[in-house]
Design a protein around this ligand. Structure first.
Ligand SMILES: [Zn+2]
Length: 139
């Protein structure tokens, strides 16, 4: 199956899942409302926007946290290659106009006196890694 097709199916499945959560959001919004007056469309939009913002925040924070967990405790400096300890700093990120507070990994190279954000593609020790070379074929 082509990668793009798989991605489109995955994205549709995630959208369907979020639509189901929308029912729970609507029930939450209506619970204890105590008004006979029907909700206007602007109020509905505000509720949907708040739900979407919360969903975006939770999703991005969790994905970044998972990538950060996969890092080794030391990362090579992209400038000189020296192994540097991974530390964590809080940073505010703006996504779709909303502020998201992140606790993200950052390294400080003592030789180059610069900070760098480690790439999240380095698996931590003990995790499966791709083989860089093809194993020898059986005879
Ligand atoms: Zn360096």
């Amino acid at each position: 199956m082509p990668q793009s097709k798989l991605k489109a199916q995955k994205l549709q499945a995630i959208r369907d899942l979020a639509a189901e959560w929308g029912k729970a959001v609507a029930e939450q919004a209506l619970s204890g409302a105590g008004s006979d007056k029907p909700m206007d469309f602007h109020a509905m939009e505000q509720i949907a926007a708040a739900a979407a913002a919360g969903l975006t925040q939770g999703t991005i924070a969790t994905l970044l946290e998972q990538q950060a967990k996969a890092l080794n405790t030391q990362q090579p400096c992209p400038e000189c290659g020296q192994l540097c300890s991974v530390d964590y700093k809080d940073r505010t990120l703006t996504i779709s106009g909303d502020q998201l507070r992140l606790h993200e990994p950052v390294c400080q190279c003592p030789a180059c006196r610069r900070e760098f954000f480690p790439p999240a593609m380095f698996p931590a020790s003990g995790q499966p890694q791709l083989q860089s070379q093809r194993p020898p074929e059986d005879r």
